[in-house]
Design a protein around this ligand. Sequence first.
Ligand SMILES: [Cu+2]
Length: 346
Amino acid sequence: MSIRDRKAYVRAVKLISTHPWFRKDYEKLLTIHKTYFNQQIHEFEYFLPWHRWFILKYEDLLRRVSCRITVPYWDFTLTAGEPFTGAIWNKTAAGLGGDGVGPPRLCVKNGQFREGKWFLIRSAGGGCLKRNFLRDEIFPDLIALQQFLSMFSSADKLKDFELMLRNDFHNNIHFFIGGFGGTMSGLDSATAPEFFLLHAMVDKIWADWQKKSAKHLYPTEFLYQNGKMPGTEYYSRDFLNLSQQPRCTAVKYTGPDKKMKPLVAMIQKLSARPSVINRIPRRNWAHLRKEVIDIFKLKAVEQQRLKVLHLLFRPRVALKNNALQGVDRKLGFSVKKVQEMAGSGK
Ligand SMILES: [Cu+2]
């Protein structure tokens, strides 16, 4: 994303969240997430389609500022080794600002959303945006994502796919950003500007999985749901096809970046062979956190299932991140090692 586009996005977010023209609609929309937080929108039934609806509604607001604006996705896999150095956390007008200061208060004191200049919505109690980056936590990397997509590539794996997407690519990340006491770690998370960039990433991963077949696109579990999605006038099925959303809205995610394409392609190929890819020294990214279970009220059966699934992704050789340098350090694994594995054909 160009600096210019980043700046335009941040400017639009600031406008809808502060200008009296938008403020009321903005508050109303974001409060819905809090109202239904523990009523199925973070469970299998509605998690994916509901948040797709939510992103679209937010985008509708942004488009009242400029019709060219869409919500970008934060591809945290590209900086999984050093997640808090990514451009998203830039303190200039092209980013969302950095970590909070503290404890105890944890207020963000730099960038466009800093304390005193920008406030959370009223239902969140107003006040400052709080962040408490958990810098030692392990984000899923590029290999993790490709292996994940490959492992659950069959349409009948929807349940496992959704569960791990929800927990490891979403619940955990919320907590890694918000930490103990930050805005992203609680009921008011939707009022943090980074919320939508994370959710767009989750939605993109789902969209990539959906591309595999018509059965992936329209799973019976979502297609024949009776009730409307909480707080909306829509059914899950209205949001299954990205290019045919209500009111003739089509969404298309771009990427991966041109310069990343060869590496992604290589990893994609290797991902079909877990025994090979798990030999690349990496950090163990798939995990279940007690705090995260509590925040999102993860069910006991889901916890059990996740423990089993996580074993499939455990790297055989554990790596300390500081063993890497440069690009490798940022990615969380050695590119040379991937090339070797891909070349050896073992
Ligand atoms: Cu949510």
